[in-house]
Write a protein that binds this ligand. Structure first.
Ligand SMILES: Cc1cc2nc3c(=O)[nH]c(=O)nc-3n(C[C@H](O)[C@H](O)[C@H](O)COP(=O)(O)O)c2cc1C
Length: 188
């Protein structure tokens, strides 16, 4: 069965991006994929430092995150837009997982994988600028990013009690999840 890993680049309790990635994950599930949703709050890792890596190796939580990426066929990633780019939290996790361990292939966590990307913001652009750089980052790591993507503007007006309630937004996000699952299954 096709396995999809879903996560947001935010550890904020009321994160808009956690809310949208949950909807996309549901779409992938409805398309028949086995979906794992994780919270990066459970994978806290230090800011990458090559000297510390040489001395102490890969931290346990970074290793666990990398193993999750390696064991899935595709990803659903919702990223906040911080100053037009991705948050350090997300880039740091992606950087750690790009490090090659013993017996692994280069960029094993990323190469040959598929990603559906999305962003949410209370602002009017919905985080569309982060999607440009997140796409470039993932593609450079060897992950094929779906042409379809979603930037959800004024997301706070589309939610109730921390969950997306707007029907049109739910449909669009579920469709992105479904497309990601379908492409991952075709490549798998
Ligand atoms: C350092 C910083 C920079 C931000 N820059 C942007 C930005 O460029 N564009 C934008 O739409 N929102 C920006 N925001 C607001 C975020 O969209 C907002 O904090 C959002 O709730 C973060 O996503 P989350 O709800 O998933 O945690 C910024 C927030 C922070 C803390």
């Amino acid at each position: 069965m096709t396995k999809i890993l879903a996560f947001a680049g935010s550890t904020r309790k009321g994160s808009f991006n956690k809310a949208i990635v949950n909807v996309a994950a549901e779409g992938a599930r409805e398309a028949g994929a086995e979906v794992t949703v994780i919270d990066l709050a459970d994978y806290q890792m230090p800011i990458f430092n090559e000297d510390e890596e040489a001395e102490f190796g890969m931290p346990e939580r970074a290793q666990a995150f990398k193993e999750l990426l390696m064991s899935h066929d595709g990803f659903l990633i919702a990223s906040p837009e911080y100053n037009s780019s991705y948050p350090a939290l997300l880039k740091n996790a992606i950087d750690w997982a790009s490090r090659m361990g013993e017996g692994e292939k280069p960029l094993q966590a990323y190469r040959g994988k598929v990603a559906g990307i999305m962003a949410a913001s209370a602002g009017g652009l919905g985080g569309m600028r982060v999607l440009v750089v997140l796409r470039m980052l993932l593609e450079n790591l060897g992950t094929m990013v779906l042409p379809n993507q979603k930037a959800i503007a004024k997301v706070d007006s589309l939610m109730e009690d921390g969950a997306i309630t707007d029907e049109k937004t739910i449909k669009q996000l579920k469709n992105l999840g479904k497309e990601t699952a379908v492409l991952a299954s075709k490549l798998g």
